[in-house]
Design a protein around this ligand. Structure first.
Ligand code: SR1
Ligand code: MG
Length: 388
């Protein structure tokens, strides 16, 4: 290892060496709270407020035999600064970035909680789906050709490549669930469901097209991993965090990630008999979309180059991209690496039913998406398929 990892014992000394963190004063208390797949995360209480330090490990935290570049930490720091500029208040503030130790220091949001956990408990945080639609729109506009102009977009694109983390998504979301792979964990009772889903030629064609869009559509500096575990919530507040997968990609990928995770939350709720929560979770798809479309339309008159591109056609294209991405993001969580607690924490018999339902929903999204720009009827049909 060519850099030193932080510990709860060394963190106070480290903070004291960082000029950008001097205003926080001496650190008095430190907790390590990382529970994701990749990083160390510390919450530090200091004389003049709290802060969070996130350090990239040079391997996957949950599988240390799998190396992964720590340079992602710098990529996250740069993306977070940009997202703070274009979508202030919707992401954590960033205070410091250390390229030698692969550490970023960011705002302490420990008065919030991770949305996935709240959804798992059947809690409704009204307005979060709307705030996230606004966040995606602000990023989609502000970092794209619309906000930056053609030359500005090309210059920004040249500074934001993230090939290693994109490759993880290319493999884990778009490839491994559709082949025999050691990462896949399939319950015996779901083997036929997975075989039917992943072997369906229509599903495979749609996933292939979605993968091509992910690989090539360098529209905006998207979050890149916007699942409900990447969102912090509190009554009246929502923040997207963990932007280490950020890259110039298709805007529909962020919308689809949220939609796919609403489907997972709904599948959980249905097998637990909470039909009302399932309906609410699926209704968030329309909330996110409407907020995205409204915010984007609000920004539209300020576009750098007002020629040629039509707003409605553009929104239709984002929508058409988002639907198959939603399917891909839901299906990967029930077939491949990195299962989610929504499903994983269910008793086995319920898990089997939830996984079967998620795959049926993903198949519907891929093969019968319906008219563009109409998430409400689409996700009502998703609800029917999940409940069958
Ligand atoms: C090896 S990283 C596995 C997953 O964790 C992240 O949250 C991304 O979703 C990634 O695919
Ligand atoms: Mg993450």
């Amino acid at each position: 290892m060519s850099y030193e990892l932080l510990t709860v014992d060394t963190l106070a000394g480290y903070v004291a060496t960082r000029p950008a963190l001097a205003r926080f004063g001496a650190v008095s208390d430190v907790r390590e709270v990382g529970d994701g797949n990749l990083n160390l995360v510390f919450i530090a209480a200091a004389e003049h407020g709290g802060l969070v330090l996130k350090q990239a490990l040079p391997y996957v935290r949950v599988d240390p035999t799998w190396p992964i570049t720590p340079e992602r930490n710098g990529i996250e720091g740069r993306a977070l600064r940009v997202h703070n500029q274009v979508a202030p208040g919707l992401v954590p503030e960033i205070y410091d970035a250390d390229p030698d130790r692969h550490v970023i220091a960011i705002e302490d949001l420990s008065d919030h909680r991770v949305w996935r956990g709240a959804l798992n408990e059947g809690l409704r945080h009204e307005g979060v789906a709307t705030e996230l639609g606004r966040y995606v729109a602000k990023v989609a506009f502000g970092t794209s050709v619309f906000g930056l102009g053609a030359k500005g977009h090309k210059a920004a694109l040249a500074t934001a490549a993230n090939p290693e983390l994109c490759e993880i998504t290319e493999d884990l979301v778009f490839t491994e669930p559709y082949i025999a792979h050691e990462h896949n964990r399939i319950l015996p009772a779901n083997e036929a469901d997975v075989a039917a889903y992943a072997g369906d030629p229509e599903v495979r064609a749609a996933i292939g097209a979605a993968k091509f869009a992910f690989l090539t559509h360098a529209e905006a500096l998207i979050h890149g991993d916007l699942h409900t575990g990447s969102v912090l919530v509190r009554d009246g507040s929502a923040r997207a965090f963990d932007v280490e997968f950020a890259f110039y990609g298709p805007v529909g990928f962020d919308i689809g990630a949220l939609w796919g995770n609403y489907v997972l939350a709904a599948a959980r709720a249905l097998v637990l008999g909470d039909d009302a929560h399932a309906g609410w979770a699926l209704a968030q798809a329309g909330e996110t979309w409407q907020a995205f479309a409204d915010e984007f339309a609000e920004l539209w008159p300020r576009r750098a180059d007002p020629r040629i591109i039509d707003l409605d056609r553009h929104l239709d294209q984002v929508y058409a991209d988002a639907v198959p991405f939603a399917a891909a993001k839901a299906a990967r969580r029930v077939i491949g690496f990195s299962a989610v607690s929504d499903i994983q924490s269910l008793p086995e018999e319920s898990r089997v039913r939830a996984i079967r339902a998620v795959l049926a929903a993903a198949r519907l999204l891929l093969t019968a998406p319906g008219p563009r720009g109409e998430p409400k009827p689409l996700f009502e049909r998703v609800g029917q398929v999940l409940a069958e």
